[in-house]
Every structure is written in structure tokens, then in C-alpha cells.
Design a protein around this ligand. Structure first.
Ligand code: CP
Length: 310
């Protein structure tokens, strides 16, 4: 592939190859000297049109550990504020010959559009409600390491499914790897036609969590609710917030995940989120660096092959 725009375009064997390479980078990242040379000589530009802590920091660290020249565009201070369009911004940066563009944008499809206009590799760091492929890949690596496999698991994705690119990418990835998927949340936060994706839908946590191996919580994304129904946080926590009591329905060794940033006391109990016997939330962050290193390494290999052949 020239770009990483979504999970939709990836085959199961490609996902496995990327996760195998990411496993090697997990080992490297735990050494005192974390450097490798896969991206030496290449320029990586991070363009985040929407806020981020984990994704932006880990893409920057990933690029630096692999030897790339990394630049973070401060989009709030850029000429976007003067009205320059996404495409003009991309073409301007493209003229500076970057090799890797990492892009987050609030509009679904914006990153795909941008990828058509530039001649470097583009990585989608989250576009609207569409996809967040590196999040799904880091979640997959976390699950594979915790459970020893990434197939025939029962996985519950809970909460605000309708606004979540994380849910969408995870549904695609976990489905391709032949897992059983259960979506749990209020009907108002469930996308129309979701059952066509071969998932089971529940609006009761205890029922939906029954005997699952993995519990994936999602953030209630109030900023994407554009004036529509916004549940009261207290009521939401009571019905859909994950706590010890609801978790008892899952398998005794079920792991608890959350992509972050989390609303403690809204979708998850803070003590449970911090319980390292159940929660793998900090592992997800660690896997994020390794997965982004692997994704950029593979795209750079392809870039070098294409340029060599030209
Ligand atoms: N999970 C995730 O994408 O977090 P950030 O928005 O902080 O990057």
C-alpha cells in the first residue's frame, strides 16, 4: 500500500505482518537505546487539525526513534486560520518533499482526499467518524499480547458507537480476524444499519458483557453530538458506565480497554481504569508507539521500492 487510510483496505495477512513487526518494536522500545534507522533520510510531517495527546505524541516519538526528521505543524498557528484550504495547505507542504504525512481531521473522508493530492505516503491519524486505523492496530496488538491470539475471541465494544471512528476501525479489524463482536450502548448512540456488519447489538451492559474476553469502552463524544440528544452523565454512568459490578458478567480474565482520553465516572469507573490486573489502558498507549513505528517502516519500505523502480 502507498498509504494507511483505513483498516478497510487491509487483508488479514497484512494486519498480521504489521503486528509482527510492531512486536519487534515493543522489544526495541524497552531497551535503553531505542534507536533504529528505518526512516533515516526521510521527512515526516504531522498535521493535526483536531486535538490529540496520544496519537500525536506517539507518531512523533515513533518517527524520531526510527531516525526521521519530524516536524509538527502547529495548525492553530498556520495559515489555515487565514482561510487556506486543507488541499492548498497539503499542496504547499507537498512542495517541500515530505515522505510521510500524518493527518488528523474532523471531517470524515478529508484524509483520503488529501492523499489523492500529494506524492508522499499519508497516514490517517483519525478522520471524523470514519476511521482511526492505527488505533485499531494498537488495540489488536494489545489484545494479541494479552490473550495470546487475535481470533475466535468475544469482544464487546461499549458506549458511544455512533460517533466513534475507533469503534468503526475496530469492528472492521476484529471482524476480518474472525472474532465475535458485541456492541453495547443506548439505541440513540448506535449507528443505523450496524447489524449488517455481522455484530450483535445490546442496550443492556450485563447482558451484552456475558462471557466476553475483551471489554472495550469508548468515550462519550459530546463534541460530535451537534445539538442532538446528549445523555445526562449520571444516568449514562448508571446504565452504561463500566464498574466492577457490571464487569462480573464478563469472563473472569477479561481485559478492560479504553482508547483515551477517558471520562472517569462517565463511561468507566476511575479505580477500575487504574487496576492493572484488569485494565490494559496503559499497555494500549505503549503499543501505540510500536504500531506507528511498524506502519511507517512498512510504508517507507514501499516508498523506497517505488522510487527505486522509477
Ligand atoms: N486515542 C486517541 O486517539 O487519543 P488522542 O485523541 O489523545 O490522540
Amino acid at each position: 500500500h502507498r498509504h494507511l487510510l483505513g483498516i478497510e483496505a487491509l487483508r488479514p495477512d497484512e494486519i498480521t505482518t504489521l503486528l509482527d513487526l510492531a512486536d519487534q518494536y515493543v522489544t526495541l522500545n524497552r531497551l535503553p537505546d531505542k534507536h533504529a534507522d528505518a526512516l533515516v533520510g526521510l521527512t515526516q510531517i504531522n498535521m493535526f487539525f483536531e486535538n490529540s495527546t496520544r496519537t500525536q505524541a506517539s507518531f512523533e516519538i515513533a518517527g524520531k526513534r526510527l531516525g526521521a526528521d519530524v516536524m509538527n505543524m502547529a495548525m492553530q498557528a498556520s495559515s489555515v486560520k487565514k482561510g487556506e484550504t486543507l488541499i492548498d495547505t497539503a499542496l504547499t507542504l507537498n512542495a517541500m518533499h515530505p515522505d510521510l504525512l500524518v493527518v488528523r481531521h474532523p471531517h470524515s473522508g478529508a484524509v483520503d482526499l488529501l492523499a489523492q493530492k500529494v506524492n508522499c505516503a499519508v497516514l490517517n491519524a483519525g478522520d471524523g467518524r470514519h476511521e482511526h486505523p492505527t488505533q485499531a492496530l494498537l488495540d489488536a496488538l494489545t489484545i494479541r499480547r494479552a490473550k495470546g491470539r487475535l481470533h475466535r475471541l468475544s469482544v464487546a465494544i461499549c458506549g458511544d458507537i455512533a460517533h466513534s471512528r475507533v469503534a468503526r476501525s475496530n469492528i472492521l479489524l476484529l471482524g476480518k480476524m474472525e472474532n465475535r463482536l458485541r456492541l453495547i450502548g443506548p439505541p440513540t448512540l448506535m449507528p443505523a444499519g450496524i447489524a449488517e456488519f455481522g455484530v450483535e447489538v445490546f442496550d443492556d451492559m450485563q447482558e451484552g458483557l456475558k462471557d466476553v474476553d475483551v471489554v472495550m469502552m469508548l468515550r462519550l463524544q459530546k463534541e460530535r453530538m451537534d445539538g442532538g440528544f446528549i445523555p445526562s452523565e449520571r444516568e449514562y454512568y448508571h446504565r452504561y458506565g463500566l464498574d466492577e459490578d457490571k464487569l462480573r458478567s464478563a469472563k473472569p480474565d477479561a481485559i478492560v480497554m479504553h482508547p483515551g482520553p477517558m471520562n472517569r465516572g462517565v463511561e468507566i469507573d476511575g479505580t477500575l481504569a487504574d487496576d492493572i490486573n484488569r485494565s490494559v489502558i496503559q499497555d494500549q498507549v505503549e503499543m501505540g508507539v510500536a504500531v506507528r513505528m511498524a506502519a511507517m517502516d512498512l510504508l517507507a519500505q514501499n516508498l523506497r521500492l517505488t522510487r527505486g523502480a522509477a
